[in-house]
Design a binder for this molecule. Structure first.
Ligand SMILES: *Cc1c(COP(=O)(O)O)cnc(C)c1O
Length: 380
């Protein structure tokens, strides 16, 4: 019946509004992960819908070598908000493409091959990005991937220092690992990676595809760690639900980037949506709200879950709850019995990625649902 290659969930979603999703049978679901960090402003945000609709009517497409206002505005806004002197922008359609470009640009700009990535890291599923993704399950059956990639333990500055040398084109690293289990990195670690790469003329690529756009409590997670990378990649929430990715670079990377292109790069409709998303995130100080709500949610969860949770970790509204039973069973219970949609991050972590505009009432509902699902599990 289904045309999809992979398995589907038994919930058909028909409509969304803010942090809520509605099933075809009218059931209301709290979206704490069904949108995978793709809707920071919530479903159907009027500013984004309006900007995209206007642009759709005016001009849906023209190739990227013809300047259009929506794209120029987005370039300017990305350059103005990116860390430090990261100011050059390459636009594409997804996270994996943003990382693919980052790796190509770094190789081209340095004239080197070697890439250092981290264990448990996730950077996408096209052949290049996949080669920097740790999980064997994602790689199986597709090898050989691109060569020259070395993995080091995440958070280990010494191992990183050892791996990075004069042959290294790039280090690619998440400032807070998402798929790999919601694993935070310390400021000391990220700054050590910054120093070591700078010392050897290698590019530091920060993958902010999940952490960016206010998710962790600052616009970019790099901001909180005082790190200015050579390349920053973003995607997921950038156009609040429409497909877009961006590779933001320092001048030296952009100058040596080599030849790269994509037909849909910088399409006017997604650019208009992304520009409106960034404008609204800034105007409503969404990152500060995410920091506040994240702290509230983590505190309330700790109080409600007690030792049912082994650990609650993360930053802002990117939280992981290490549970004692398989995360997938908890998630199924949460969805079917308690109307809340969340995500796994590995076998034993329940990951929360709600829209950043949730209020205390929605946080409270999520805490109640999680407490019911998790204590229900524990008492069986
Ligand atoms: C989702 C994600 C990607 C891949 O993005 P896609 O749009 O799915 O290709 C890469 N890196 C991180 C950190 C991600 O969370």
């Amino acid at each position: 019946m289904s045309g999809f290659v992979f398995s589907e969930k038994p919930i058909r979603i028909e409509r969304g509004e803010g942090a809520l999703l509605y099933g075809a049978d009218g059931t209301e679901y709290l979206d704490f992960g069904a949108s995978y960090a793709v809707c920071p402003l919530g479903h159907g945000h009027p500013d984004v819908v309006g900007a995209a609709t206007d642009q759709l009517e005016r001009l849906t497409y023209v190739q990227a070598s013809y300047p259009v206002d929506a794209r120029d505005r987005l370039y300017d806004r990305l350059a103005a908000t990116a860390p430090g002197d990261v100011s050059k922008v390459w636009l594409c359609n997804s996270g994996t493409e943003a990382n693919e470009a980052a790796l190509k640009f770094a190789r081209s700009a340095t004239g080197r091959e070697k890439i250092v990535a981290t264990m448990q890291g996730f950077h996408g599923r096209t052949m290049g990005a996949l080669a920097t993704t740790w999980k064997q399950q994602y790689r199986e059956g597709f090898e050989p991937l691109i060569g020259g990639v070395e993995f080091v333990p995440y958070g280990d500055s010494e191992a990183m220092a050892e791996a990075v040398d004069g042959e290294t084109a790039a280090v690619i690293v998440e400032p807070l690992q998402g798929e790999g289990g919601v694993n935070p990195a310390s400021t000391e670690y990220l700054q050590a990676v910054r120093e070591r790469t700078a010392q050897h003329g290698a590019a530091m690529v920060i993958d902010e595809i999940q952490t960016g756009l206010g998710r962790t409590g600052t616009l970019w997670a790099a901001d909180a760690h005082d790190v200015v990378p050579d390349v920053l990649t973003t995607a997921k929430g950038l156009a609040n639900g429409l497909p877009i990715g961006a590779t933001l670079c320092r001048e030296w990377i952009a100058e040596g980037a080599g030849d790269h292109g994509s037909t849909f790069s910088g399409g006017p409709v997604v650019c208009a949506a992304a520009d409106a998303t960034l404008e609204t995130i800034a105007a409503e100080d969404v990152p500060s709200h995410a920091a506040e709500m994240g702290a509230y949610l983590a505190t309330e969860l700790a109080a409600a879950l007690g030792d049912v949770a082994r650990e609650i970790r993360g930053s802002g509204l990117m939280l992981g709850i290490e549970v004692k039973r398989g995360a997938n069973r908890v998630l199924r219970d949460l969805a079917i019995e308690h109307g809340m949609l969340a995500l796994p991050a590995g076998r034993s972590v329940v990951r929360l990625l709600p829209p950043l505009v949730i209020g205390e009432d929605e946080a409270d509902r999520a805490v109640d649902a999680l407490a019911a699902a998790l204590t229900g599990e524990a008492s069986q």
